[in-house]
Design a protein around this ligand. Structure first.
Ligand code: MCA
Ligand code: AMP
Length: 505
């Protein structure tokens, strides 16, 4: 039986002195050096008395060591639970408590803040910093570079990724080894990745895109990655000549296009540019082709499902579409009210089924039942249609979601906080177009009678409680919110009124 995730992504590289990570300072980490590091960490984790199936919550900066911690968790049968580095203590508290993490790994600067929380639930606390220092690597240093992978089956859980919801409460999406492996192996074939590929990797590795799409695909293909700590335009331009491929959110592409140094010559040698996590404007697709001759390959996925659809590698990559269902993925468009399949061409709810679809939300059977049907179809919350050529178009969202620079934000979480502020009767949070982030957050407040809320004080509270990317970029005060006859706030009307706030005509 072995350990399929470890064996097929990591074990296959044992003893290979081929390049795996190219670091921005020119250093190269080979596959075998990386596996040695992972095995040392796996030994260190076992030394902490962690048991297979335990959750390891990780909020650290992107680094080779963080990636090796992911490999070590796979090897030791632990559930990897990466967390956005922007989250504040208040947000982390929920994830750590809800997941029942047995180990929390954080940056040294956050250690004191997280210690009481870890202690309260008997979790171990170790540190790992961007430069690879910290208590976890100190433990790992003295360990052996051999570690027999813990036996696991494809049905065992490999990762939890938290995804927020319309109620404001985040849900832990449970992903098995099979979910991750099936998707990675499909994408390698569909996008024709090989050991000769060098991926320009500037995405964070705490989300599906940077970890399960970009990294797992490169591991399965045996290629290497130019592993940047974050998106930095100068680094991207400097290092693109050494890459064959890039994956990014639409903001990566608009930022590249906004810079004159990004020329057709710089990109011509590249094999493939892939975009996802948020809608790529058809205009960006067209500008990119005009500048570089490349047609960006857009695909569509979710935390709960990994990737569902992709434009073709060979064939017409159509702007404004997310392509065809991937092999093994069933996709249908249904009536959001009845769940009945709609005739081809009609707009409705996108539902997907396949080996990529998660197992449910951790300890939330009701939420799971609301979104995952008994027959295996997952209700994505995205509204779309399939055109006469079979291309899937996402035309809107049936869920109240804002996607800013590829990060998902559920308005409810922010509204709950705004509603609690002195002098605020109620609030509505909407996404409005933003030239850099695609969408950004706008907060609309209604004061209590006779009150004038202190907007600066409210923003300060928001800053304290919520990750930066969730902060409303502006607060607007209104006497009342527009409502329909049922009393429901008409967010569409608000979005229309404020659509030009950040993108003046
Ligand atoms: C940073 N800031 C943001 C964002 N990122 N604000 C709103 N939205 C964001 N996405 C804050 C910074 O903290 C900073 O705050 C200010 O905005 C400007 O920062 P800037 O330097 O411009 O930002 P950056 O650090 O360059 O980051 C922008 C980014 C980054 C490169 C677009 O957000 C990014 O890498 N996004 C990718 C997200 C991703 O991987 N999503 C995949 C999710 P201050 O003003 O205080 O300095 S997985 C997924 O969605 C599914 C499964 C899928 O299909 O892939
Ligand atoms: P997440 O919850 O971070 O997994 O984000 C998943 C959501 O991102 C999907 O439900 C879509 O709304 C959105 N998304 C991902 N890829 C695309 C895309 N190519 N076009 C439009 N929306 C996308």
């Amino acid at each position: 039986m072995g350990n399929p995730l470890y064996d097929r992504l990591f074990g296959i590289h044992a003893g290979k002195d081929t390049a795996f990570l190219h670091l921005p300072d020119g250093r190269i980490i080979t596959h075998s050096e990386f596996l040695d590091m992972a095995a040392r960490i796996a030994n260190a984790l076992t030394g902490l008395e962690l048991e297979p199936g335990d959750r390891v919550a990780v909020q650290v900066e992107k680094s080779p060591e963080m990636l090796a911690l992911y490999a070590a968790c796979a090897q030791a049968g632990l559930i990897f639970l990466p967390l956005n580095t922007a989250y504040k203590t208040a947000e982390l508290t929920y994830f750590i408590e809800n997941s029942g993490a047995a180990l929390v790994v954080c940056d040294t600067v956050n250690e004191a803040g997280l210690a009481p929380l870890a202690q309260a639930q008997n979790a171990r606390l170790e540190t790992l910093n961007a430069d690879g220092s910290g208590s976890l690597m100190r433990r790992a240093l003295g360990m052996l570079t051999a570690f027999e992978p813990v036996r696991r089956s494809e049905d065992d859980l490999a990762a939890f990724l938290y995804t927020s919801g319309t109620t404001g409460r985040s849900k832990g999406a449970m992903l098995t080894q099979a979910n991750l492996l099936s998707n990675a192996e499909t994408l390698v074939r569909e996008w024709q990745f090989t050991k000769d590929d060098v991926l320009l990797h500037a995405l964070p590795i705490f989300h599906t895109h940077g970890l399960f799409v970009a990294t797992n695909v490169m591991l399965a293909a045996g290629g290497s990655m130019i592993f940047l700590p974050k998106f930095d335009l100068n680094d991207m331009l400097r290092l693109m000549p050494q890459a064959t491929s890039m994956m990014g959110v639409p903001t990566f592409y608009t930022r590249l296009l906004d810079d004159d140094r990004f020329t057709g010559d710089l990109a011509r040698h590249m094999r493939l540019f892939i975009s996802g996590s948020a809608p790529l404007l058809a205009e960006t697709h067209e500008q990119f082709e005009a500048r570089t001759g490349h047609r960006i390959l857009e695909r569509y996925g979710m935390t709960e499902t990994n990737m569902n659809t992709s434009n073709p590698y060979d064939g017409d990559r159509r702007a404004g579409t997310v392509g065809f269902p991937l092999p093994g993925v069933d996709l249908k468009v249904t009536d959001p009210e009845t769940g009945e399949a709609l005739p081809q061409g009609e707009i409705g709810m996108i539902e997907v089924r396949g080996p990529n679809v998660f197992q449910g939300y951790w300890q939330m059977p009701e939420k799971t039942a609301e979104e995952l049907r008994d027959d295996g179809f997952f209700i994505t919350g995205d509204l779309g249609r399939v055109d006469e050529d079979g291309y899937v178009h996402i035309v809107g969202r049936g869920k109240d979601l804002i996607i800013s620079g590829g990060f998902n934000i559920y308005p409810k979480e922010i509204e709950l906080l705004l509603d609690d502020q002195p002098g605020v009767l109620e609030s509505a949070v909407i996404g409005v177009p933003h030239p850099d982030f695609g969408e950004t957050v706008l907060g609309i407040l209604v004061p209590e009678a006779g009150q004038t809320p202190d907007l600066q004080a409210i923003l300060a509270t928001v800053q304290d409680q919520l990750a930066r990317f969730k902060h409303p970029r502006q607060l607007i005060v209104l006497d009342e919110l527009p409502r329909n006859t049922m009393g429901k706030v008409q967010k569409n009307a608000l979005r229309e009124i404020y659509k030009d706030v950040f993108t003046p005509a």
